[in-house]
Design a protein around this ligand. Structure first.
Ligand code: BTN
Length: 333
């Protein structure tokens, strides 16, 4: 099932009308007359609206009454409270998909509208960094964003840091808990992973045409089940779920706040305030000054994590020299 923020007009007519008259019952005939659609269409839309998780009461001879909203991240519900300039203005929503990242990459060949979002309630073939599998059951926030950057190609290495910083700030603001980042783009709470990110760039003649940022947030997932699936992974350091830490927050609030913060950090990149991002990111990491082990494609490097340089590389002080690392996994030694 796919929904977008720019179609489903009939369904939205019925839904919006019911919602704006939530204190009263509306008969199928009245809805049909007012909205100028057949009674059969009214009935079909109400069936669909209920299947999307909205509660609509019905009473014989009186009609239908809107009771409560859905918990699903439906595009039109997101749009209602979105305060961004361009992020998330176009949303593709799936109940289930193999990978939002794959769909967004495909889409980015034709649709390059800045800030387009592809999101899914669950993924059957979610992809993690370095070709790893990413488990994405119901209850998480799994989405990909198509971004057409206005910044220079040499700033692209900062994208993962900027994005994880944006999510870190969004979680702190919405959930009121302390959040950290872990190089290059994990987001952690109390040392456990709550979110991961992945960037696929489409570079043509030395220019970033667009990139697709994939974000996976463990919002309300079964941690015990998930940890069992992941415990043999060499980079596994524990996961946690945001809902477990703070159960009063709706997924939509966090999602919307993240888009706001992301727009802000990307704006900083356009304004050449890269150092600002690195400074803020560095304040949110717990690795600096600690003995770490970094798995890279050149083998494992042991040393002390020193800093992030202006290209987003991790600097590790080993016995003999400073190592600059662009790709890898870092963990406490
Ligand atoms: C990581 O390895 O930490 C990155 C995980 C990124 C997962 C997200 S979930 C939405 C998007 N679709 C995918 O297939 N992967 C990314």
């Amino acid at each position: 099932m796919i929904f977008t923020s720019f179609d489903n007009i009939g369904l939205l007519k019925v839904l919006n009308f019911l919602e704006s008259h939530e204190s009263e019952y509306l008969s199928g005939q009245d809805l049909s007359d007012i909205l100028k659609i057949s009674r059969v269409a009214v009935w079909k839309h109400i069936k669909k609206i209920r299947s999307l998780g909205y509660t609509i009461k019905s009473k014989q001879k009186r009609g239908y009454k809107y009771v409560s909203c859905t918990e699903k991240l439906l595009p039109w519900e997101i749009s209602k409270n979105l305060t961004t300039k361009f992020m998330g203005k176009r949303i593709y929503y799936f109940d289930e998909i193999d990978s939002t990242q794959n769909f967004a990459l495909e889409l980015s060949n034709t649709n390059k509208e800045n800030g387009t979002v592809v999101l899914a309630e669950k993924q059957t073939g979610g992809r993690g960094r370095l070709n790893r599998k990413w488990y994405s059951p119901d209850g998480g926030i799994w989405f990909s964003l198509i971004v057409k950057p206005k910044f220079e190609i040499f700033d692209a290495t900062i994208i993962p840091l900027a994005s994880s910083l944006a999510l870190c700030i969004a979680i702190e603001k919405i959930h009121k808990i302390k959040v950290n980042v872990k190089w290059p783009n994990d987001v952690t709470v109390k040392g456990k992973k709550v979110a991961g990110m992945l960037v696929d760039a489409n570079i043509q003649s030395n220019n970033i045409e667009n990139f697709v940022l994939g974000v996976g947030i463990n919002f309300k997932i079964n941690i015990i089940k998930m940890e069992k699936l992941l415990e043999n992974n060499p980079n596994f350091y524990g996961i946690t779920s945001l809902f477990k830490l703070q159960d009063k927050v709706h997924r939509m609030k966090l999602f919307n706040q993240f888009l706001v913060e992301l727009e802000q950090v990307f704006d900083d990149l356009v304004k050449r305030k890269k150092d600002n991002i690195i400074k803020k990111w560095s304040k949110h990491t717990e690795m600096f000054g600690k003995h770490v082990k970094v798995n890279t494609n050149r083998g494992t490097i042991f040393g002390v994590a020193k800093k992030i340089d202006s290209d987003g590389a991790l600097i590790i002080k080993t016995k003999n020299k400073n190592e600059r690392i662009f790709v890898g996994d870092v963990n406490l030694a």
